[in-house]
Write a protein that binds this ligand. Structure first.
Ligand code: GGG
Length: 326
């Protein structure tokens, strides 16, 4: 069976880490058909469209997509791409690895981020020279869809429940709806939940990340809090993510374009390669996904590493070491 994989490197270091992830996938005896497409600032400068129609169509029809990073055009690239795969949840694991200098080496948790609405729903307006507004959208349906995924996620892993991070004491209507909808679904599934205000969560995770296993949160909170968790485990170069939809999915490192190092060949490929591991598991190749994860772990522990991790290796050298460790 052939799996068509859309490959959309995007901008900045996306151009460097995405080929690294593809070369790891190519190491397996799996029938992949990789189809590359453009998106991001560079193609926008050339054509006026940050997300060409053929790129959107490719993501909407491929079995899975590997995405790199988007810069200034992120809103015109990432949000529609997630919509193309009807992705209602962004799964963002954040864990520390032996051998990597981490502020909180005991960190090991997963964010399940609502992926379609909140303040990322795109309803922004400039009303005058002085005033801009943003409409925050929260629906029962999207919150319940996420909650159903979260219930299945914890049940599949033998976990008792999950934490809901929100700010319902201030955004009473929107986050109140989110919190209540998630609690209702968890109740129906017999899954335990606890809740925490998202600002307090930011403190708690720094003080003791072991309190959390699975954290369900609204869109912006998930984006920000997972980057905070990246800071605890050694940096953004370590966090992969999966945008899951009902029929297809898109995998991307949590990091952005890193313009300060783009083009130098020194970006950490681990997050993109770990995203490829999530892609393998999504397509049913659990053993291969685990193999990739173990190879990344062993290189992080003893192998060559990029500058963000205190080493001197290039992207290619670290990628080759990971492929050799498969
Ligand atoms: N690879 C992900 C990426 O390009 N991140 C930059 C960014 O702005 N992300 C926003 C988001 O994940 O919603």
């Amino acid at each position: 069976m052939t799996h068509q994989i859309a490959v959309i490197p995007g901008d900045g270091i996306g151009q460097e880490v995405t080929p690294a992830a593809v070369s790891v996938l190519e190491s397996f005896d799996i029938d992949f058909e990789f189809v590359e497409a453009d998106a991001g600032d560079a193609v926008e400068a050339e054509t006026g469209a940050a997300l060409p129609e053929e790129t959107y169509e490719l993501a909407a029809t491929a079995d899975a997509t590997l995405f790199g990073a988007a810069g200034e055009s992120a809103a015109d690239v990432i949000l529609p791409l997630r919509e193309a795969v009807d992705s209602f949840v962004n799964v963002r694991p954040a864990r520390a690895y032996p051998g990597v200098d981490a502020l909180r080496p005991e960190t090991d948790l997963v964010f399940l981020r609502e992926n379609t609405e909140g303040v990322y729903s795109g309803h922004e307006s400039r009303l005058s020279d002085d005033l801009s507004t943003l409409t925050r959208v929260v629906t029962d349906s999207a919150s319940k869809r996420l909650a159903t995924f979260a219930c299945d996620y914890v049940s599949d892993r033998g976990l008792e429940g999950f934490t809901v991070a929100h700010k319902a004491n201030v955004m009473r209507e929107t986050d109140g709806r989110f919190r209540d909808a998630v609690a209702e679904v968890a109740d129906e599934h017999g899954v335990e939940t606890d809740e925490v205000l998202m600002d307090a969560f930011a403190t708690h995770i720094c003080l003791d990340p072991t309190q959390f296993d699975v954290v369900v949160c609204p869109n912006l909170a998930g984006d920000v809090l997972s980057d905070l968790a990246a800071g605890l485990v050694g940096g953004l170069g370590l966090l992969p993510s999966a945008n899951i939809g009902p029929d297809r999915a898109l995998f991307e490192p949590v990091h952005g374009t890193a313009p300060d190092i783009a083009g130098e060949g020194i970006a950490n490929p681990a997050a993109a390669i770990l995203s490829a591991a999530m892609l393998l598991e999504y397509l049913g190749y659990d053993e291969e996904g685990k193999t990739v994860r173990s190879a990344v772990e062993s290189v992080l522990e003893t192998g060559p590493r990029t500058g963000d991790l205190g080493g001197e290796a290039s992207t290619d050298e670290m990628t080759t070491a990971i492929i050799d460790a498969l």
